[in-house]
Design a binder for this molecule. Sequence first.
Ligand code: FAD
Ligand code: FES
Length: 281
Amino acid sequence: MVVTTDPIKQLTPPSKWILDCDVIAVTELSSDIYLMRLHGSEIANNASPGQFVNLRLGSSGGSPFLRRPFSVCRRRVADGWFEILWKVVGEGTAKMAAFKPNMTVNVIGPLGRGYHWKESLEHAILVAGGIGVAPLPFLCEELTARNKKVIAYLGAQNVEQLVMSDFFESLASETVLVTDDGSLGKKGLVTVPLINYLSHSNDLKNTAIFSCGPSGLLSAISGICDNFNVSGQVAIETIMGCGFGVCVGCPVQTRASSSDKKSFKLTCIDGPVFDTRESIV
Ligand SMILES: Cc1cc2nc3c(=O)[nH]c(=O)nc-3n(C[C@H](O)[C@H](O)[C@H](O)COP(=O)(O)OP(=O)(O)OC[C@H]3O[C@@H](n4cnc5c(N)ncnc54)[C@H](O)[C@@H]3O)c2cc1C
Ligand code: FES
C-alpha cells in the first residue's frame, strides 16, 4: 500500500484549532436526527463547505476514546457560531443527543479539504443521501451568495430521514425531494431525477455536481459524472482516529494516475472531499 501523504509533516494541529465550544442549542429534527449550534468564532471564521470538526465526547480517557468527526453544516461569521447535523448511530452520537445549552464541548477544526469550484461555475447540483445532507447547507449558502444557480436533490429512506428540506427550498433555485418509500416527494432513487435533468440539459460545461451520502450513492454519482462528462466531487466517510493526518487510520483508495500500483490517500487531510475522477468509493 502506498500512502501518498506524509503524516510526519503534521504531528499536531495548530493549537488555535483546538477549542472549548459552548453549546448554544440542540434541536431534535426527527426521532434520531439532531442539529446543534456551537459557539466557536475561529471555526466559524475559518471553515469552508465540506470541512469537518472532530469532537471529544468522552471525558479524559473515558468512552468513547476517539473523537468523532462531523461536517460543518452551517456557520455565521458575524455571530461566531457553527452547526453540526447528525444522526444517532452509536455511543458517541447518542451522547450528543443529550447535550444541553451552556455545556462545553472540546472541538478540533476546521479540518480536511472541502468542496471547491471555479469562478466560471454557473450551475451547482447538490445531491444528498440521508444524513449526507449535513455539509450541503453551508455549501448552498456559499454558492448562492456568489450568485451560482443551485439545484438540490435530497434523497432519504423516508420522510423522517429527510431533514432540512425547508432550508434548501428557501435558498436553492429548485429542490427535488425523493424518498425510497414515497412518503415525501418522488418515490425511488435520488439519481433518477438527476439523470433526467442531465439528459435534458444542453450545456453542462459550467455545471458541477457536489454530493455526500452513503457509498452506494457516491459511486453512482461518480459513474454519472463520467457518463455525462460533468465535473463532480464527493464527500467520503471513513472511520477516523486523529482527524489530522497522524494515525494513518483513514486511508481511501484512489485511482492511480500513471502506474498499476494501488494508491491511497488519507480522508482526513486529502479529503474528505475528493474529485469523482480521483476517488474510488
Ligand atoms: C469527515 C466526516 C464527516 C462526517 N460528518 C457527519 C455528519 O455531519 N453527520 C453525521 O451524522 N455523521 C457524520 N459522520 C459520521 C460520524 O462521524 C459517525 O456517525 C460517528 O463517528 C459515529 O459515532 P458513534 O460513537 O455514535 O458510533 P459508534 O458507536 O462508534 O459506531 C456505530 C456505527 O457507526 C459507524 N461509524 C463509526 N464511526 C464512523 C465514521 N467516522 N464514519 C462512518 N461510520 C462510522 C460504525 O462502523 C458503526 O457501524 C462523518 C464522518 C466523517 C469521516
Ligand atoms: S490520519 Fe488519523 S484520521 Fe486520518
